[in-house]
Design a protein around this ligand. Structure first.
Ligand code: OGA
Ligand code: NI
Length: 354
C-alpha cells in the first residue's frame, strides 16, 4: 500500500530523493496522483490518431544508391521522422545499451540520487524526473539520465559506471550512420561534402539520454513526454519493444504511432537542422504515451551543434535566393530557451523566427 503523501511530499519523494517516477510506480499505486494529471489539451488526443499510415522505414544497406538517398531526403522533408534498418550499428551494441539503461534505473535510490543535478559533481550528467520538475506544473511520467559528451576522460570520471561503457560504445558505433545521414541530407542543400567547414555545427556535440517510462496506473490521464520537437540537428532513437511514441503528421496534424521494429533506429530532424535548412527539413512534434502494463525504455542520441555555434539558415541555401526564415541564434541560447519552459509543441522555434 502506498503511504498517503501530500503533493509536496510526493514531489520530494519522486524528484529530490532519487526514487523517481519509477520508485512511485513500484509502490503499486492503483490510481494516478494528481501531481501527474495533465490538462486535457496536453494529453494525446486519441481521436486524432490514424492507424492506416506510418513513417517511412528505410533500408540503409545500399546507402549510396540514388533511390535510397532520395528516400532519406524526402522523408526528412515530408515527415521529419523515419526509421532505418540495416544501418550498420551492431545489434549487440543496441542490446547492450538497453541492458545498461535497465541496470542504471535498477540501482537503489541512494545510488541514483548522486546524479541529481544538486548532487552531481559535473554539469554534464543529470538525473531528472518529468522534464523540468522546477518548472512543470504537472509532472510527466518519466525519469531520465542525461549525459552530455565532453571527452572520454570526463565520461570515465563522471558517468555512472553501470552504463558508461555501453553508452560510449553506442555513441561511437553510431557515428558512421550519423555522418552518412548528414552527408545525404546536405546534398539537397547544395552542400557536396561533410567536412571541417560544416561538421562542427552539424554534429559538433552529442547528448545521450536514458529514458525510463515506468508502468502507469492511468496512462490516459498523463503523458510520458508531452508534445515537443527536439532541439538537435538529428536525433537517433533506440526504443524497446513496448511502443508508445507518436509523431504528428505535417499535412493533417494527425498522430501516427512509431511501431517498434527489432534492430531499427528512429531518426528525426531537430529544430537546429530545420533552421539551418531554412525550413526545408522539418523538426516534428512528437509525444510518448505512458503504458499501463510495461516499463518502457528508450535511448536517444541528440546530435547537436556545439553550444558556442551560431546557427542560421546556411549560406548555400540563402544563395539560391531563398529568404531567410530564421535569424542567427547562439545555439546555447536556443537550448537555454528550450529548458526554460515545459513541453509545448513546436513553440521553441519561434525563438529563432525572423
Ligand atoms: C525525447 C523523446 C521519445 C521516446 O527524449 O526527446 O522524444 O520514444 N523520446 O522516448
Ligand atoms: Ni524528443
Amino acid at each position: 500500500m502506498a503511504p498517503l503523501l501530500t503533493t509536496r511530499e510526493l514531489k520530494t519523494f519522486v524528484v529530490d530523493e532519487g526514487h523517481g517516477v519509477k520508485g512511485l510506480s513500484e509502490l503499486d499505486i492503483k490510481t494516478l496522483p494528481e501531481l501527474f494529471i495533465q490538462p486535457r489539451e496536453k494529453r494525446l488526443d486519441m481521436s486524432k490518431v490514424v492507424h492506416h499510415e506510418s513513417i517511412p522505414v528505410i533500408d540503409m544497406s545500399n546507402s549510396e544508391d540514388l533511390d535510397v538517398i532520395k528516400m532519406i531526403c524526402d522523408a526528412a522533408e515530408n515527415w521529419g521522422f523515419f526509421q532505418v534498418v540495416n544501418h550498420g550499428v551492431p545489434l549487440r551494441v543496441l542490446d547492450d545499451v538497453k541492458d545498461a539503461t535497465k541496470r542504471f534505473f535498477s540501482l537503489p535510490a541512494d545510488e541514483k540520487k548522486k546524479y541529481l543535478f544538486k548532487n552531481s559533481p559535473t554539469k554534464s550528467v543529470r538525473l531528472v524526473s518529468s522534464f523540468i520538475p522546477e518548472v512543470d506544473k504537472v509532472l510527466e511520467w518519466k525519469d531520465y539520465l542525461s549525459c552530455f559528451y565532453v571527452s572520454d576522460d570526463e565520461a570515465f570520471a563522471f558517468w555512472p559506471s553501470v552504463c558508461r561503457d555501453q553508452l560510449l560504445e553506442y555513441m561511437k558505433e553510431s557515428e558512421p550512420l550519423i555522418k552518412r545521414l548528414l552527408k545525404v541530407l546536405i546534398t539537397r542543400l547544395d552542400i557536396s561534402k561533410l567536412d571541417e567547414t560544416n561538421k562542427p555545427f552539424l554534429m559538433g556535440s552529442r547528448r545521450m539520454n536514458l529514458n525510463y517510462y515506468p508502468k502507469c496506473p492511468n496512462p490516459e490521464l498523463t503523458v510520458g513526454v508531452g508534445n515537443h520537437s527536439d532541439v538537435s540537428t538529428l536525433t537517433i532513437l533506440l526504443q524497446d519493444e513496448t511502443g508508445g511514441l507518436y509523431v504528428r503528421k505535417l499535412d493533417t496534424g494527425n498522430w501516427v504511432h512509431v511501431p517498434p521494429i527489432k534492430g531499427s533506429l528512429t531518426i528525426n530532424i531537430g529544430d537546429a537542422l530545420q533552421i539551418m535548412s531554412n525550413g526545408r527539413y522539418k523538426s516534428i512534434e512528437h509525444h510518448v504515451v505512458a503504458n499501463e502494463h510495461e516499463n518502457r525504455i528508450s535511448v536517444p542520441i541528440f546530435v547537436n551543434p556545439r553550444p558556442s555555434d551560431v546557427i542560421r539558415p546556411l549560406p548555400q541555401v540563402i544563395e539560391r535566393g531563398e529568404k531567410a526564415l530564421y535569424k542567427h541564434v547562439l545555439y546555447s541560447d536556443y537550448v537555454k530557451h528550450f529548458y526554460r519552459k515545459s513541453h509545448n509543441g513546436k513553440d521553441t522555434i519561434d525563438f529563432a523566427k525572423v
